[in-house]
Design a protein around this ligand. Structure first.
Ligand code: SAM
Ligand code: SF4
Length: 351
């Protein structure tokens, strides 16, 4: 199913390539003047972990396999974003992207688009896959690791897999990924006592720790604002032990970054809740079933997969993308009384 589907598709793509050569490409600009440069693509809603801040222990309703974009469909949409709209970065995510069979085949196809191709993963299978993905053209990986304590790891992910993730981090480094970034979601009363230990892990292992504020995208609805450990608190905890100096403004990247004054690396914080960075957002997203979202917290989606399967041309799909980007809002409203949670959780959107 992922290996291509015959002459019609090939003829269509050859025609599209010709029209792309003629079209110089233009920026995709939202109503607030933000230029879209970054596309997150979820390749599956499935996962081999069940992190408490993301999924329930049981009962996730998985998408039917036929509802998930094929590699060919992903490639076609990605190429519209890159060639028509000068999108420069693509990040593969999920669910857990590495549970998608033959992921390296997709990576190889997307790498041909010449973009900054990255992936966010829980790292559990990187021992097996890191080299293959790197050879296929993946440029960067972010690996999630929220605790260094095996017991807490099992509580947080509902899997006894800390050793696999640590192995995966080593494998990513050995495969030549540089930098390797490590994402840690900090939840008050769960792992906020490990902020300094995780920072030390980054320093010792030559990887950049990036602390993520807990967002209201958990499947069980247990998020509450008092469970959020904010950027100021995270930075203060680290700086009390390892003095820090903030690096210049982040631009469109989600993390604020600091360097250790002793010269041993850098650390980042993604302050979605306490210091929203929506004003600089250059991101859009595709869910595994081809729903186009203009914000992680969007409540509207635009069905590009159905459009594609209904035989729409690249021009027609591009027009849908432009209409959707025309609805991108100024920013999420997590801190406002009128905030409405999306009816999907992080793994279903693609974080
Ligand atoms: N499975 C991969 C992983 O865990 O890295 C990729 C998908 S995961 C949904 C992407 C990122 O979202 C991970 O870094 C994860 O820790 C983060 N995440 C999940 N739920 C979150 C939440 N409620 N608040 C903040 N970050 C969350
Ligand atoms: Fe899976 Fe990633 Fe969600 Fe954890 S955060 S349950 S690894 S998708």
């Amino acid at each position: 199913m992922d290996q291509g589907s015959g002459h019609d598709a090939m003829d269509q793509r050859m025609g599209d390539e010709l029209s792309m050569e003629e079209a110089p490409g233009s920026d995709l600009v939202d109503p607030f003047g933000r230029i879209i440069r970054d596309l997150r693509i979820s390749v599956t809603d499935r996962c081999n972990f069940r992190c408490t801040y993301c999924m329930p222990a049981e009962g996730m309703q998985w998408l039917d396999r036929s509802a998930v974009m094929s590699f060919e469909e992903i490639e076609r949409l990605a190429s519209i974003f890159v060639h028509r709209y000068r999108v420069e970065g693509i990040r593969l995510t999920g669910g857990e992207p590495t549970v998608r069979a033959h992921l390296a085949v997709l990576v190889r196809r997307l790498a041909k688009l010449g973009v900054d191709l990255a992936m966010t993963t829980n790292g559990a299978t990187l021992r097996l896959l890191a080299s293959e993905l790197r050879d296929a053209g993946l440029k960067r990986v972010n690996i999630s690791l929220d605790t260094l304590d095996p017991v807490k790891f099992e509580q947080m992910t509902r899997r006894d897999s800390l050793h696999r993730v640590l192995d995966g981090i080593e494998a990513a480094k050995a495969a030549g990924f540089d930098p390797v970034k490590i994402n840690a979601v900090i939840e008050r009363g769960v792992n906020d006592d490990e902020i300094v230990a995780l920072a030390e892990f980054g320093r010792t292992n030559g990887v950049e720790m990036r602390f993520i504020e807990f967002m209201p995208l958990d499947a069980t609805g247990h998020w509450m604002s008092d469970k959020v450990v904010g950027q100021d608190e995270i930075v203060a905890a680290i700086a009390a032990v390892y003095p820090l100096e903030q690096l210049p403004a982040r631009g469109a990247a989600p993390a604020d970054r600091w360097r250790y004054l002793d010269g041993v690396g850098t650390v980042g914080v993604i302050p979605t809740v306490t210091k929203p960075f929506c004003g600089d957002c250059d991101r859009v997203r595709l869910t595994a079933e081809g729903q186009f979202r203009t914000c992680l917290f969007a409540t509207d989606e635009f069905d590009l997969l159905a459009a594609m399967r209904n035989g729409e041309s690249d021009d027609e799909i591009a027009a849908r993308i432009e209409r959707a980007v025309g609805t991108k809002w100024a920013g999420h409203q997590i801190n406002q009384v009128n905030f409405v949670r999306p009816n999907r959780s992080m793994s279903q959107i693609g974080g």
